[in-house]
Structures are given as structure tokens and as C-alpha cells.
Design a protein around this ligand. Sequence first.
Ligand code: ZN
Length: 163
Amino acid sequence: MSEVLGAGQVGVFHYTLTDDDGNVIDSSSGGAPMAYLHGHNNIVPGLESQMEGKAAGDKFDAEVAPADAYGELSGPGPTPVPKSEFPSDVNLQVGMAFHAQGNDGNPMVLFITDIQGDQVFVDMNHPLAGKTLHFAVEVVEVRPATDDEKTHGHAHGPGGHHH
Ligand code: ZN
């Protein structure tokens, strides 16, 4: 009997992620497959739920709505911030994430969406927010998590965390 994915299992898989228009956003093809610990939010919830019960060798397509991935678009949209407010030793690039403090005092993550001259545009939405994600998945391996992995809440080894 082969292992199937569920809580406490590590899944190792190759994936290609495309948007609604078929543009490839990300892919593990040509590199190492990704390893994750099931039940610990290592991957977006809408993909994790569709991994449940899958075994090594399974191939499937998973469509994940924004609410089950990086959320719906919210907030005011990209907002300009002077470059001088960022650390001077950081090479600012579109797509970078920064920790900041929101107006309510709670920590929040801001993403750089554009850089124009001395203005850096930041947005609270993840770059993939509001997008329906299309994953083509091939499960490579399913194995029980080690005690260390369960304690840490993520997979170790190739495709997982190294530390
Ligand atoms: Zn660890």
C-alpha cells in the first residue's frame, strides 16, 4: 500500500503555475521539486486541499480561486512612497516584500509594484492577489514527516527547508 497525502505527510511535487491566460507564473520544471508538510499552510490552502489523498505518480490540474490562494484585491492600490524612506543598503526591486507598520499599528507586508524615479509604489496586495491560479501538479513522493519536520512545521531536505 502506498502512502497518500494527508496531515503529517510530506509531499514532494513538480508544478507549473499559470494564470487565466495560460502565462507561466512559476514552475519547478528543470529544477528540484518542491517539498511541503501537509496541514501546515506551507502551500496555498486551495492547492493543499486538492493534494489530499494523492499518491506518488499522480498527475492532476488544480484550479484555485483567489480566496483560497493569495486573497482578493483589497485596499487603495499601489501608493507612492519616497525612496528615502527605504533602507539605503537595499537594492529595491519590483516584487520585493517589506515589513511595515500599518495605520492601526499592526505589522503588515507591503510589496513593491513599481519604481519611478524617487518614488517607490507599494501595495498591501500580494502580487498574485485577485488571480485565479492554475497548477499542473505531478506528485513525485509521499512520505511520513519526521519528528523534526512536525516540530518545525515544514519539510526538510531537497525542495524543503535547509538549516
Ligand atoms: Zn526546520
